[in-house]
Design a protein around this ligand. Sequence first.
Ligand SMILES: Cc1cc2nc3c(=O)[nH]c(=O)nc-3n(C[C@H](O)[C@H](O)[C@H](O)COP(=O)(O)OP(=O)(O)OC[C@H]3O[C@@H](n4cnc5c(N)ncnc54)[C@H](O)[C@@H]3O)c2cc1C
Length: 406
Amino acid sequence: MSASGAAPHVVVVGAGAFGGWTALALRRRGANVTLVDAWGPGNSRASSGGETRVIRATYGSRTIYTRLAVRALQLWTEYDARWQRGFFRKTGALWMFGAQTGAAAANQPGGSHTDDPAAFGRASVAALREVGLPIEELTPAQAARRFPQISFEGVSGVLWEPEAGYLFARRACEHVVDRFIAEGGRYQRAKIRTPPAIEGALREITTAENVRMAADVFVFACGPWLPEIFPDLLGDKITPTRQEVYYFGTPAGDARFVDPSMPVWIDYRDRLFYGIPGNANRGFKVADDTPGPRIDPTTMARDATPSGIAAARALLEARFPLLQGAPLLGSEVCQYEASPDSHYIVDRHPAAPNVWIAGGGSGHGFKMGPAIGEMLASLALGTATPDPQFGLARLVARSGDRREAR
Ligand SMILES: Cc1cc2nc3c(=O)[nH]c(=O)nc-3n(C[C@H](O)[C@H](O)[C@H](O)COP(=O)(O)OP(=O)(O)OC[C@H]3O[C@@H](n4cnc5c(N)ncnc54)[C@H](O)[C@@H]3O)c2cc1C
């Protein structure tokens, strides 16, 4: 309740995976919520744009994410049952691990995967068993019998995570906002200006058209634009990096490369490549998880590069030999909003008790949207305290340490 006893008015800026789910969770708890986005939920510039995202609970020794993923899996399943939109496809995830060369390990830029692959696999098995999720260890020969359309050349260990799968990304973002509006939330398309220097409680924010928006509480979930909104606070803590995604064509009528025959797959050796089948019939998705160069998410050119396409094709043809020569049907260029240690940032603004920041998804935030939404709703309504693992203070303590691995 606000000081007057009325439901608090919360303004959420950003309708991506973090902001959209937060607005919905706040509305469901009775808050008076306004959600604002410059270009719309799951737009083509947003980190939550594009067709699909992986959902998995395998996180190596970073067990906070395994626990969060358990909650996220539960919420995606519940909402899918309620909405009947099929946003979650439980295909299972096939992890393929191989040796890392010394050069590759030394080059790891502190992106979303920085562990030794075998150690990541062992820690993931322990973590999933701890939370009661199934996980199967396979030899490459066993995996090859199960998935004859995949080559396991160079693979030394395989994990099968049956509860994992993929999510429809931009479609889910749009639907979350539709549900938020249907349940009494206000959605507005506007660009919010960088607030002037914050000292104490924030009373209002301003749109690019100089319309003022007052509220009791503000949540900034602006993804890769957070450094632009809070340059002093986040300029060196969130780095938007360029990431390319490719869709290759599979043979007509061939069911071997779409779900349910083909699962989500992750090839974790010198680099981490991953792929998703289906993608609303756009093609067989292949992506490289290696963080690209820093970019500006508003102005970045979103054409795929010849070197990126060549690397994806080389991986595709080695791992899926039947797709030799497959045509490239399309591509997307998105960005990670990377924190230095690739942990999320979910915390109160250090100078304003009524301002919350949610971001730093670092290439693995989409799946957690519903769980982050309920976490932020509790924080914004004062019924929970922030988890220091997502806190800003850890980044001040570790400033400059980009090799702090998961
Ligand atoms: C190629 C790629 C692959 C990925 N794969 C996975 C995966 O497999 N699994 C997974 O879990 N995660 C994955 N991620 C990460 C995940 O997609 C992101 O972490 C997540 O979507 C971030 O959501 P967000 O809400 O923080 O940011 P965004 O989706 O970027 O949302 C921010 C919103 O804020 C709005 N905005 C910004 N500034 C303003 C302003 N001034 N005024 C008003 N509105 C504003 C924007 O328009 C945008 O809609 C991937 C990301 C990429 C790019």
